[in-house]
Every structure is written in structure tokens, then in C-alpha cells.
Design a protein around this ligand. Structure first.
Ligand code: SF4
Ligand code: SF4
Length: 350
């Protein structure tokens, strides 16, 4: 993570490959690459020239690299416990501003009240280079949440694409560490570079098609009556596929499982869980606090719209728009927030 630092430099695009190649000698490099199905996914970079620099705004989040979908925690036997914590150094290039905003909240969730060593170990060994979004996707709504399209703090390094060069804003000591060894590749920005970045920001802001106000939805839930039939209608449309949770850069739930190899040996793993799955909260002895689908579905919106702001002063949504693309029931966050907005209180979700 590193402490806060602020400096801006210019990197010519022609110097990017060389810089990344040098950094890859010291740490694993992860970036947006073509996936097996011709989609774009974050993967370990073998060939720098394969990094997709002009990918669309809506690419999968890199959450997997700091909070893996399945993580081996420790191996145990009768005589010893072997910790499997991952502390490899990694650089993740090409991350979106909304995902950096999500990681900032993840850091608070897993690093404030209860410190999760597994998460923190990965996080402290990971440096992010994010790129401000010049072309938001039609489903993006980070602009209404202050979580994009460009950030003013919270990043390690933020790139702004200015055509033939990047304005490189360094926001943490970890970010500065990977710049200073190769400082000869960078130059000082001119006033015209800042002007160009400002133009890029204005132009990006003007392109947003969705302006979603989650505060309206929060107030509606807190201070006006939202009929139970509204949530029943939402639940009816949920297929319990978990797609929204798996795609969301801010969903943090996990389950812990012990797998035995033999009578005396085994491994403890954790894997993502979702409040949308039928068995969520089901415990031994058939104790099942959230046994009704409506309870589980409602919980997801309440967690993001009510409990997150209570605990962190921020919504549990950064407006990435991924659930809009993923949800087959069309009950994604943007749609529900729209339906909850002040003045639509009688409307049902079905
Ligand atoms: S709730 Fe939906 S729009 Fe919000 S951060 Fe999660 S996936 Fe993105
Ligand atoms: S993506 Fe939609 S249908 Fe699937 S679990 Fe989430 S809310 Fe339900």
C-alpha cells in the first residue's frame, strides 16, 4: 500500500514497454490481455506487446489478484501447520479508476477493525497502475459516486492518456519506488500537459450516459417506507446465479472450508461466497437465518446502500456497471437505485 506521496511526471508512450520490461525483472506483471474467448481479462503478462492499452472501460476487475476466488490458507498435519500466505511482488497495470476506489474500501474492510493477514500480505506486495477512463462505457456510473473516471488520490500511480504520452501521477511511496529507479525515462510535465489532462477529464465526464444517485436510494430506504412487496418483486427476478457478487469489485464475503487428505492431514481454503446463493448463512444443525430468498436478495442492496455508508461513510458500490451487464433478472444496482429514487415509491420491481 505505502504512504501517500504526490508528484506528476510525463512518460512518452514509446518508453512504456521498456519500463514495464525492466519492472518485470523484479515482480510479476499483470495486465489486460486477450482471454481464451476473445474477451479481455487480467492475466500474467508474458509478452509486453500483448497488453491491451486501448481496451474498453468495462473489463473484469482485478479483485481476484488481491482476494482470490479460491485461496489456500494453510496445510495442517498432526505435527505442523504450514502457512500458505502469498507475498509475491506484483505490478498490476491498466486498472480502472472505479476498481482502485473499490480497493481503497477493501483495504479498510480487511485492514481496519480486523486485520486479515492473507489479504494484507497480497495487498502490501502489489502496486497498481491505473488509467483514467477517457471513454466510459454506457453502463458506467462512477461519476455520480466520485469513484471515477479519474481520481485525485488513493492510487499508487495514475496514468492519463494524452495521445503520444501519459501524465503519470504518483500517489504513494510504493508507486514512487517503481518510478525512481528509472527516472531517466520520465520528464517534467508542462502546463499544456495539465491542460490536456483537464480536457480529457471534461470530455470523459460529458460522455457518461448514466447519472445514478445512490444517495436518493439510501434516503428512500431509510426515511420513507419501501413496501416489502418491492423487495419480493426484486427477489422474484433473481436467479440466484451469484453473477452480480462475483463481478462486483466490492463484494467481500467468503466461506472457509477444511479439506482432509487423510486422518491426520488436510488443507484450509477459503473461497468467495455470495448472499445470493441459496445456502448463504446456513449452518450445522439446520440453523439458517436468511432462509428466504427475499432476505438474501434484500441484504445485498442494504449492505451496499445502508451498512457500508454506516461503517465507512461510502457506498458499497463504485458504479462500475458490471452487475448491469451480468444480471439476467435486470435487478442490478443501477436499475434498483433508479426504481427506488424519490418519487417512485409506489413502483414495484416486477
Ligand atoms: S454493485 Fe454493481 S455497479 Fe456497483 S460496484 Fe458492484 S458490480 Fe459495480
Ligand atoms: S446477477 Fe441478478 S439474477 Fe444473478 S444472483 Fe445477482 S441479482 Fe440474482
Amino acid at each position: 500500500m505505502g504512504s501517500i506521496y504526490m508528484e506528476s511526471l510525463i512518460l512518452a508512450k514509446s518508453n512504456l514497454s521498456y519500463w514495464l520490461r525492466q519492472l518485470r525483472k523484479e515482480m510479476a506483471l499483470i495486465g489486460p490481455l486477450k482471454g481464451e474467448n476473445n474477451d479481455i481479462v487480467f492475466k500474467t503478462v508474458e509478452n509486453i506487446h500483448e497488453i491491451i492499452l486501448d481496451c474498453p472501460a468495462l473489463i473484469p476487475s482485478p479483485k481476484e489478484f488481491i482476494f482470490p476466488q479460491k485461496e489456500d490458507m494453510f496445510r495442517f498435519s498432526k505435527d505442523k501447520v504450514e502457512n500458505l500466505r502469498n507475498d509475491k511482488k506484483r505490478l498490476i497495470f491498466g486498472v480502472r479508476s472505479c476498481d482502485i476506489s473499490a480497493i481503497i474500501l477493501f483495504d479498510r474492510f480487511y485492514g481496519e477493525k480486523f486485520v486479515d493477514d492473507y489479504y494484507m500480505s497480497r495487498r502490501n506486495n502489489t502496486v497498481f497502475i491505473s488509467i483514467g477512463c477517457n471513454n466510459p462505457d454506457p453502463t458506467c456510473f462512477c461519476i455520480g459516486l466520485g469513484s471515477g473516471p479519474f481520481l485525485s488520490l488513493g492510487f499508487d500511480i495514475q496514468f492519463s492518456d494524452l495521445g503520444d504520452r501519459y501524465l503519470v501521477e504518483i500517489g504513494s511511496t510504493n508507486g514512487m519506488d517503481i518510478v525512481k529507479k528509472f527516472i531517466h525515462l520520465f520528464s517534467q510535465p508542462k502546463k499544456s500537459d495539465y491542460d490536456d489532462q483537464y480536457e480529457a477529464m471534461l470530455s470523459s465526464q460529458a460522455r457518461f450516459e448514466k447519472r445514478i444517485n445512490l444517495e436518493n436510494a439510501r434516503q428512500k430506504i431509510l426515511f420513507e417506507k419501501v413496501d416489502d412487496s418491492f423487495w419480493e418483486g426484486v427477489a422474484k427476478r433473481c436467479f440466484e446465479c451469484g453473477g452480480c457478487v462475483y463481478e462486483c469489485p466490492l463484494c467481500t464475503c467468503f466461506n472457509v472450508i477444511d479439506r482432509k487428505y487423510s486422518e491426520t492431514e488436510g488443507i484450509r481454503i477459503r473461497e468467495w461466497d455470495t448472499c445470493m446463493f441459496r445456502g448463504f448463512t446456513k449452518m450445522a444443525g439446520n440453523i439458517w437465518p436468511a432462509d428466504k430468498k427475499v432476505m438474501r436478495t434484500k441484504r445485498w442492496y442494504f449492505h451496499k446502500l445502508i451498512y457500508y455508508p454506516e461503517q465507512f461513510g461510502k457506498f458499497g458500490c463504485v458504479g462500475c456497471g458490471r452487475c448491469t451487464i451480468t444480471c439476467p433478472g435486470r435487478i442490478d444496482m443501477a436499475t434498483i437505485a433508479y426504481r427506488l429514487k424519490v418519487g417512485e415509491n409506489e413502483r414495484k420491481a416486477d
